[in-house]
Design a protein around this ligand. Sequence first.
Ligand SMILES: [Zn+2]
Ligand SMILES: [Zn+2]
Length: 123
Amino acid sequence: MTLKRDLVKYVRDISKSKYQKGSECFIFGSTENLDFHHFYGLTELLETWLRKNKISITSEEDILGLRERFIEEHLEEVYEQAVTICHEHHLQLHSIYGKRPQLVTAKKQQRWVQIQRDKHGMV
Ligand SMILES: [Zn+2]
Ligand SMILES: [Zn+2]
């Protein structure tokens, strides 16, 4: 691999503008320092997809040519299975599930977010 940037950044370049980022933290309603968290981490998703399809990326052209297809095949995970939370809650979530949460923990992360929300009375 001779690319200067992480592969996932090429995906984010085009997906980012379409995120339905909320205007407040889903857990506590704060309106500042909001982040967009993917329950299915894009890096994990992309690597799994490349592996599954036995695709090896060796140049920038490779990923530029494939990123649209990757997003097309993961619309649900990229755009729907995500939540807007404040930076603090985001850090908390990642401290529990790791910097790059495994895909299998997506449902658990969702439950965690819901439980925090209930705890804070945002019902
Ligand atoms: Zn996150
Ligand atoms: Zn929050």
